[in-house]
Design a protein around this ligand. Structure first.
Ligand SMILES: *Cc1c(COP(=O)(O)O)cnc(C)c1O
Length: 396
């Protein structure tokens, strides 16, 4: 197929040229005397994206799933109880991992389309007088449904119950795109990955860990080896790794952080919000419905969109790919066949969003979904026009 293909899945995301050039480097000596001058500032700068001052960053050659495993096995002992909500494929998978690793999970099932049920968590934590719950798991952004949860609310519930459990957040599809405040929310472990907001190829699990969690790791009895925080920290302290690091990915991460800081994190978040809002305006103009059940849950990185009854979203996504080289996300698990997803995170601008939206419109038209062609694109254009960043509006 000639021309550019459209990658609008919620990860892996588009990799900016600067990052692609940065990873395309000759292999280097992982024990070189000048490596720490590169890695030590890198570890510190990663923390800025998590908004952590006192935590410690960890970079494991892995995908985000390995980050989940690192969080659990480093801090918990077999049989430990964790509190978690299930309302999408990713929250489901993290819970499944807990069970397979031998932890007891207090699962709160919530409707797919809603976020963490903070009130129910608050009640469970209050009722847990003997502090059997050792960790609370929160997916900051449930990628399957396009729902962002209230981590500050969960922190408040822990504080009000005077509960010492660790707070873990899955920020794989939010960190570096949606505001995340590790220090303010006193998150103990935040997990991310390279291939979403960090705009890199897949292959790095990126974590930030609080001092409280690091202290608890000394007593945690779960078996672990590859993902052991202590092994990693001992060698990271001098700027090296306990096994061969993917140095090209570290170079890519440097380039990614440089891009994020040059734009300014707050501007990155505003850009994601503005682009997401354009997608939402388009969805509404098409007469379709988001999976996210209320505005405060709508994600700025991914929109899961219901097709009308009688239309198959798998066929829809397949057609977009085959006919136009447009990659959209499929519906996962409970919402399979019913929703399709537009990923709008990472290296993205207005023109790319309009490409995605017009590609969706072409596909809607081809599949016979009733809607007015051009309506979503027009709504997005109006939104972009109305919300031009101030400096551009002034120059015009
Ligand atoms: C993508 C994703 C993961 C899994 O990450 P992998 O890199 O695929 O292992 C976990 N949680 C969320 C919320 C995600 O979006």
């Amino acid at each position: 197929m000639p021309g550019v293909r459209g990658l609008f899945i919620p990860g892996p995301t588009n990799v900016p040229d600067a990052v692609r050039r940065a990873v395309d480097v000759p292999m280097e000596d992982q024990r070189a005397p000048d490596l720490p001058a590169f890695t030590l500032p890198l570890f510190e700068d990663v923390k800025k994206v998590f908004k952590s001052r006192t935590g410690q960053a960890f970079l494991f050659p892995s995908s985000g799933t390995g980050g989940w495993e690192a969080a659990l096995t480093n801090t918990l002992s077999p049989g430990d109880k964790v509190l978690a909500a299930r309302f999408g494929q990713f929250s489901h998978l993290w819970i499944d991992m807990c069970i397979r690793l031998g932890f007891e999970v207090d699962v709160v099932d919530a409707p797919w389309g809603e976020g963490v049920p903070v009130d129910i968590f608050a009640a469970r934590l209050k009722a847990d007088r003997h502090h059997k719950i050792k960790a609370v798991l929160v997916p900051h952004n449930e990628t399957a449904t396009g729902v962002t949860s209230d981590i500050a609310g969960v922190r408040k519930a822990l504080d009000e119950a005077d509960h010492p459990a660790l707070l873990f957040a899955d920020g794989v599809s939010s960190i570096a795109s949606i505001d995340f405040r590790m220090e303010d929310w006193r998150v103990d472990i935040a997990v991310s990955g390279s291939q979403k907001g960090f705009m890199m190829p897949a292959g790095l699990a990126i974590l930030c860990v609080s001092q409280k969690a690091l202290a608890q790791a000394q007593d945690a009895q779960s078996r672990r080896c590859y993902f052991d925080f202590a092994d990693m920290a001992r060698v990271n302290k001098d700027g090296y790794f306990p096994y061969t690091p993917p140095t090209h990915m570290l170079r890519g991460l440097r380039a990614s952080l440089d891009l994020l800081f040059a734009e300014g994190l707050e501007h990155v978040f505003q850009r994601h919000h503005r682009l997401a809002e354009a997608v939402r305006q388009a969805v509404s103009a098409w007469g379709l419905k988001l999976c996210a059940a209320a505005p405060h849950w709508q994600s700025d990185t991914v929109s899961a969109i219901y097709l009308p009854d009688g239309f198959d979203s798998n066929a829809f996504v397949r057609h977009a790919y085959k006919a136009y080289g447009l990659s959209l996300g499929v519906g996962l698990s409970k919402v399979a066949g019913r929703v399709f997803r537009i990923g709008h995170l990472g290296d993205l601008n207005e023109l790319m969003v309009l490409t995605a939206l017009s590609g969706v419109e072409l596909t809607l038209r081809d599949q016979g979904v009733p809607f007015t062609a051009g309506s979503g694109v027009a709504a997005a254009i109006e939104h972009f026009h109305r919300t031009q960043p101030a400096q551009l509006a002034k120059a015009a």
